[in-house]
Design a protein around this ligand. Structure first.
Ligand code: NAP
Length: 279
């Protein structure tokens, strides 16, 4: 059974097996929701420059009283900061807003291939890691060819590739690519967000069989695929339930039945990394 122990990354550091997504939690309400997530036990917090809530994440960390070294803070470099110097400045800005002196995991948010500067952004993250301002570096929404390019150009393999991954879009191919390169897959919109497939028969049947909620089934499916899900919830009770996924295991048949919900057009908003632009 997958347990709650941290996962080993390819750079020698570790990642909690499940994290908390903080988009779109902002302001005092947002801080309260992020604080509640830390209090119920989340130790990986996922933010981004473009979420506009790094200050709220930093404030929640300070209010929680949880020792800094017990928390893994992940933030993301936006498309408009892909130039080398811009990326370094962006990272320093994130550190300041978060109120911390090292980013635990820094990801390139989207490759934005039309602008073709993601390899430069990757060189900046490699530099920031060498300087000790960032512990682990990775990417988000990268395709196989984009991964190969940055690895060939720098000799440094991302520790993490954070992908859209949920029952309607299980990313079998990209999970295999990540695995073959020694890259840990993280799942964004792990519950499927707007199309939350809670009532799909394989999800509902597994929930009934194990006496858990459909959301817990989907998050458990994520763990058994080898992915690190980062569910967002503003509600403390749902935050707690989403974290409580280590006391049961899905059978191989249940995992396969949920994966079979895959749809060719399963992306939530058409975010194809080869064409999607997010600056
Ligand atoms: N790298 C990227 O490009 C990228 C893109 C998108 C998102 N992300 C990250 O991924 C995180 C998670 O993705 P997401 O927020 O899009 O989707 P998600 O976590 O799949 O779903 C969040 C939605 O599900 C609801 N929910 C959560 N737990 C529930 C439960 N147990 N039962 C019923 N409903 C539940 C939440 O409502 P309540 O709040 O009311 O509970 C919210 O509306 C984001 O916060 C962000 O950090 C990254």
């Amino acid at each position: 059974m997958t347990d709650a122990l941290p996962l080993a990354l390819n750079d020698g550091s570790t990642l909690p097996p499940i994290g908390f997504g903080t988009y779109p939690l902002t302001g005092e309400e947002g801080t309260a929701a992020i604080l509640s997530a830390i209090e119920v036990g989340y130790r990986l917090l996922d933010t981004a420059v473009n979420y506009g809530n790094e200050a709220e994440v930093g404030e929640a960390i300070r209010r929680s009283g949880v020792p800094r070294e017990e928390l893994t803070v992940c933030t993301k470099l936006p498309g408009r900061h892909h130039g080398f110097d811009d990326a370094v400045r962006s990272s320093l800005g994130s550190l300041e807003r978060l109120g911390i002196d090292q980013i635990d995991l820094h990801l390139i948010h989207w490759p934005n291939p039309r602008h073709d500067r993601y390899a430069e952004a990757w060189r900046a993250l490699v530099h920031l890691q060498e300087e000790g301002l960032v512990r682990s570096i990775g990417v988000s929404n990268f395709t196989a060819s984009q991964l190969h390019r940055i690895i060939e150009e720098t000799g440094v393999t991302p520790a993490v590739n954070q992908l859209e991954l949920h029952p309607y879009f299980p990313q079998a191919e990209m999970r295999a690519v990540n695995r073959s390169l020694g890259i840990q897959t993280e799942s964004w919109s792990p519950l499927g967000k707007r199309q939350a497939p809670f009532s799909e028969p394989p999800v509902a049947a597994a929930a009934e069989a194990h006496g858990v909620t459909p959301a817990q089934v989907i998050l458990r499916w994520q763990l058994q695929l080898g992915a690190v899900p980062i569910p967002k919830s503003a509600a403390p009770e749902r935050q707690r339930l989403n974290l409580d996924v280590f006391g049961f295991a899905l059978s191989e048949a249940e995992v396969e039945a949920i994966s079979a919900l895959a749809r060719a057009d399963g992306r939530l908003f058409g975010g194809d990394p080869d064409t999607h632009e997010e600056m």
